[in-house]
Design a protein around this ligand. Structure first.
Ligand code: NAD
Length: 329
């Protein structure tokens, strides 16, 4: 059985779906602080905070756990700058509790949700895994510190880990069962789609004077189902006895904010007003992954290699949750 922390969240729930599809049994631990109960697709669910040691121990006592996928975290860069204590408490201390529970029960394999935020300002594009890591926020630092803790646990206690550094997760389950649903929403594509729906008056573009072709920031958008599949491949690698490793997950191609808005206009057929504003402190001009290592070593091949079909799945989900008949239990 696989323990998935944060399995009621956006990426965790899509990964649970892929794990179940691949024939794994799954138990989800999530405190539902930002996740949704209805996103938990397995019958084994424990509502608990990963900072609660006793609750974690009980999960390991009651379930035959063989490996862990660790998504549970606080995820906002600006929030982490304003309140670093809270971020280190959940993302570091909570994660350490999890490792200690694993150690107590002899579970040694873990796949960890890391982030492109570990790199900081890129020195070159696309960004390979051996690029210097200089995270600029407590969020990014918490991810890098935990990667380092994992390396220490591997060395001292014989743990095996895969850290997956995601670029920008986007899109939703094409079957419409689960999707991206954050309150408040902070990611560009759902924000643009909320404007298309009339839920927001305009999209604010943060910075139009970057050294990019159209002056707006460029990011690498990876479909959440492609991310989820990479997790299953990472787990299989660990099961085969593969060594501990770090992988980038992105499609290796960037889209500017203006390009994202143009694709959203095309997919929705709706007007999407914009308002141009100043840069946000700390936002790099371009973040694009070099995903070659994951492709070669995990055998991972993203199915969504352009933005339009990614936005299409996000739009179908957005229409579903905005419809009058949709009920949030
Ligand atoms: P999310 O907020 O949708 O999911 C996080 C889940 O963790 C939620 O269900 C939440 O309820 C749960 N959680 C939070 N704190 C908890 C705690 N103390 N105890 C138990 N459960 C807790 O976020 P997401 O976008 O699905 O991100 C998942 C992971 O991927 C995170 O670790 C995030 O840092 C990482 N990540 C996400 C992106 C992205 O583009 N979304 C990019 C890079 C990395």
């Amino acid at each position: 059985m696989i323990l998935v922390t944060g399995g009621a969240g956006y990426i965790g729930s899509h990964t649970v779906k892929e794990l179940l599809r691949a024939g794994y049994e799954v138990v989800v631990v999530d405190d539902l602080s930002s996740g949704h109960r209805q996103f938990v697709l397995t019958k084994h669910f424990v509502r608990a905070d990963i900072r609660n040691r006793q609750a974690l121990r009980e999960v390991f006592e009651r379930h035959p756990i063989e490996a862990v996928m660790h998504f549970a975290a606080l995820t906002s860069v600006p929030e982490s700058v304003a309140d670093p204590g809270r971020y280190y408490d959940v993302n570091l201390l909570g994660s350490l509790n999890l490792l200690e529970a694993m150690r107590a029960f002899g579970v040694k394999r873990i796949v960890f949700s890391s982030s492109a935020a570990v790199y900081g300002d890129p020195e070159k594009i696309p960004i390979p895994e051996d690029h210097p890591t200089r995270p600029k926020s407590p969020y990014g630092k918490s991810k890098l510190m935990f990667e380092e803790i994992l390396a220490d646990y591997a060395q001292a206690y014989g743990f095996f880990f895969v850290s997956l550094r995601y670029f920008n997760a986007a899109g939703s389950d094409p079957e419409g069962e689960i999707g991206e649903w954050h309150e408040p929403e902070r990611h560009l594509i759902p924000i643009v789609l909320e404007v298309a729906l009339g839920k927001r008056p305009y999209v604010e573009i943060f910075g139009t004077d970057y050294a990019t072709p159209d002056g707006t920031g460029v990011r690498d958008y990876i479909h959440v189902v492609d991310l989820a599949r990479a997790h299953v491949l990472a787990l299989k690698r660990l099961e085969r006895g593969g060594e501990s490793k770090v992988y980038n997950l992105g499609i290796g191609r960037g889209y500017s904010v203006r390009e994202v808005i143009a694709v959203c206009r095309k997919v929705t057929g709706r007007k999407i007003p914009v308002q141009e504003g100043p840069r946000r402190p700390g936002d790099p001009a371009v973040l694009v992954a070099d995903p070659t290592r994951a492709q070669k070593e995990l055998g991972w091949k993203p199915q969504y290699t352009t933005l339009e079909p990614i936005v299409e799945t996000a739009w179908q989900w957005m229409l579903k949750i905005s419809s009058k008949t949709f009920k949030c239990p």
